[in-house]
Design a protein around this ligand. Structure first.
Ligand code: NAD
Length: 474
């Protein structure tokens, strides 16, 4: 049944939009519609920002303790809706349900951590006759993409609430469902009205309004580098603080003395999870020439062992792409790779075996890739790995850094100490060392054209803080 969402969440209540029409949410596995979500327009954007501005007057003055209590309430209520959100995300963007329960919704735990970090706002420092205090940046405009739609929301909303900010949110139009559940949770706990406002509708209509609105003090955007660059320019006229979390083309250096089986397996599974639609995925695998053939064999075996198919099947590793549009983009890149002379180890443009429809792409591995090829330079955002041979470690580091992006990277060496030395030479905001795990308490963000912000952990608070100095009489 196609569920219809006819209201927006503004000023603590569900309101009928001024905007007209609906955006259809499509299941990319079945290509069938699953929901219709109402479209906001400019009047709705104004209403949402007016509510956030009004709420800021009081929310910004609450104590850290009070905000921490609200965030903990949110945490408990979100925990109770995790399964609903995992299902909604899986249905709207194809992440297999068993994976969705982990990689898509476990981020809810971060509310607990940001409840603790609210106290950070009340820390003061004394410098001569001045006291330096922290204040919230103000009304925030949040724009998020579709690949980890809840994770990106939590990474903005939790620190913003902790800091004392209020917000207007617009999610990617193909994945609005977990956001609507989030708003139901906000309503259920009775969060003060106007602190959290959620709009649904098309990025092409709402995007510009969200980034130029006179009542927005800051814009936090996660999405593609092209859109991020545009947002930065557009926000300049009103000198907004702009926090950008953008694309990546992350290198993964495997050294001569690394345990090859474990290292290659880690790299292949890292890219294939979420069908390669992970901004930090290690899509360029750099392997010493002396071990290249061996690595290719392992990569092929691992990729072909991953179960691709129905996202509702608990044993599926990789579902479809998040939309047919994204499938087309990825297929074009695979064709481009072949045209530029890279060779397929496995995968390709056909649908996976036994699958006759839906936005599926085979786990694809290219060998004989040169770093100047388009498939090694541009973010494909699909289940495609470029295996690039190198001769010396210096050359590997040069190849790793030969990118407009600088979001993430990986190194697997014979020892952690050696790997860390290499990691420190790569110009990226993060690095996965010898198979290290994702950490919600560590900052995530990009160097170069991968952005200018940091989310998560203590550093994730910084985007939302203004610094004030009070000069006291001697
Ligand atoms: P996108 O840039 O197309 O869209 C992102 C969001 O921006 C959507 O909500 C969209 O509706 C909105 N938007 C579209 N046009 C707009 C405009 N003119 N003004 C304002 N907003 C507009 O990106 P996408 O395809 O949805 O997401 C994939 C991209 O996100 C990839 O490049 C990926 O690497 C990146 N990403 C980065 C991070 C990170 O933390 N650095 C995390 C996840 C995804």
């Amino acid at each position: 049944m196609v569920k219809k969402y006819e209201k927006l969440f503004i000023n603590g209540e569900w309101v009928t939009p001024h905007g007209t029409g609906f955006t259809t949410v499509v299941n990319p596995a079945t290509e069938q519609p699953i929901a219709e979500v109402c479209n906001a327009d400019a009047t709705d954007v104004d209403r949402a920002f007016a509510a956030a501005r009004e709420a800021f007057k009081t929310w910004s003055q609450t104590s850290a303790k009070e905000r921490a209590e609200w965030i903990m309430k949110l945490y408990h209520a979100m925990e109770a809706r995790k399964e609903d959100m995992a299902q909604a995300i899986s249905a709207s963007m194809g992440c297999p349900i068993a994976k969705s329960r982990i990689i898509q919704v476990n981020c809810v735990v971060a509310f607990k951590k940001f409840a603790d970090r609210a106290a950070f706002m009340e820390e003061e420092t004394k410098v001569n006759n001045s006291v330096i205090v922290r204040e919230p940046v103000g009304v925030c405009s949040f724009i998020t993409p579709w690949n980890y739609p809840l994770y990106q929301l939590v990474g903005k909303v939790a620190p913003a609430l902790a800091a004392g900010c209020t917000m207007v949110i617009k999610e990617a139009s193909i994945t609005p469902l977990q956001g609507l559940i989030f708003a139901e949770v906000v309503e259920s706990i009775g969060l003060p009205k106007g602190v959290f406002n959620l709009l649904t509708g098309k990025g092409s209509v709402l995007g510009d309004l969200m980034v130029t609105h006179p009542e927005a003090d800051m814009v936090s955007f996660t999405g593609s580098t092209a859109t991020g660059a545009r947002i930065q320019k557009m926000s300049a006229d009103t000198v907004k603080r702009v926090c950008l979390e953008l694309g990546g083309k992350s290198p993964y250096i495997i050294t001569e003395d690394a345990p090859l089986e474990a290292a290659v397996k880690f790299g292949v599974e890292d890219v294939m999870i979420n069908s390669g639609q992970t901004c930090i995925c290690l899509s360029r695998m750099l392997v010493p020439a002396s071990r290249y053939e061996e690595a290719v064999v392992i990569a092929k075996r691992v990729a072909e062992s991953l179960k691709v198919g129905d996202p509702t099947d608990e044993s599926t590793y990789m579902g479809p792409m998040s939309s047919m549009g994204q499938r087309n983009t990825v297929v074009k890149y695979i064709e481009k790779g072949l045209a530029e002379g890279a060779k397929l180890v496995t995968g390709g443009v056909e649908l996976p075996e036994g699958i006759t429809g839906g936005a599926y792409v085979r786990p694809t591995i290219f060998r004989d890739v040169h770093n100047k090829m388009t498939i090694a330079q541009e973010e494909i955002f699909g289940p495609v790995i470029c295996m690039i041979p190198y001769s010396t470690l210096d050359e590997a580091v040069d190849i790793a850094n030969d990118s407009i992006y600088g979001l993430s990277s990986g190194v697997w060496a014979g020892s952690v100490a050696d790997a860390v030395k290499i990691a420190r030479r790569i110009r990226t905001g993060g690095c996965y060392v010898n198979g290290g795990d994702f950490n919600y308490d560590a900052p995530l963000g990009g160097y170069k054209q991968s952005g200018n912000g940091r989310e998560w952990g203590d550093f994730g608070m910084h985007e939302f803080i203004e610094i004030k100095s009070l000069q006291l009489p001697g």
